[in-house]
Write a protein that binds this ligand. Sequence first.
Ligand code: NAP
Length: 283
Amino acid sequence: MIGVSGKTKNLGVIGWPIAHSLSPAMQTAAISAARLNYAYIAMPVRPEALPAAVEGLRSLDFRGFNVTIPHKSAVMALLDEVDEDARRIGAVNTVVNENGRLFGHKTDVTGFLRGLSRQGVTVREKRAVVLGAGGAARAVLWGLIREGAANIVVGVRNAPKARESLADFSADAEILSWDGDAFAGALASADILVNTTPLGMTPKTEEAPPVDWDCVRPEAFVYDIIYTPGCTRFLCEAKEHGHRVTNGVAMLVGQGAEALSLWTGVQPDESAMEQALLEALGR
Ligand code: NAP
């Protein structure tokens, strides 16, 4: 921030609860590094207050805001337009206010893909295996589909439930129980393996999705979208088996950088954002 004045434009994040959000630290670092005249704050919004809060932010002429749990899907009906990423995923994490019209985006897709491109990994014609079928998996799946993956298999503990929740992805992704032989076959030919389950996330760091590393080709790139701890059991096991890996930090930074660039037109300094994020995480 270059000092708040009457000309400062407002940004923020809405969620409930919101005190744990890392976005204010990360966005403020990027705003300062680029010497932009913006301020970014955390705004607690109870579920029942969402419509009033969105109308309030529009009336207050906020330039934009991030949206987090539990509002990511509910906010869509309150916006004027949503982009294709948000429509395919069924969730919005970034809203841009263009002269009173609110546009919804889902920047986790760009964030997820940034985690791959930063490591020099391309998706086109690759075979991918995704573990988990929740909200984050939808962004990961759409990113892989959008970038032209040759084949996508989703491994889960409860295949019937996941087939229902991912029915809209059924043309592009096969859903298998991660206990079966068919899944072991998919693992054996994967080029990219992504964990989107919370297994291994702090504080339950002893947990991990059930992957038989002897089945996975050593060339496979392994991605855990969890960002705390920095090396989950899943990721540490992958490293021990010689895989190239990345964690969820680049995805978190990437989604924030894409949001700030949508609001300001400036491509932010991602290393400043990453540093602020790691500091906020105590690393
Ligand atoms: P979610 O919607 O609750 O989905 C979680 C998925 O994992 C579901 O498929 C769920 O299966 C499965 N799962 C949960 N607990 C399990 C267990 N004990 N055993 C087996 N499967 C289990 O959560 P989400 O929003 O997708 O988030 C998932 C993770 O991604 C979190 O760790 C979150 O921090 C991380 N994330 C990271 C970023 C980033 O920017 N790096 C962004 C978003 C999310 P069931 O349906 O069977 O319960």
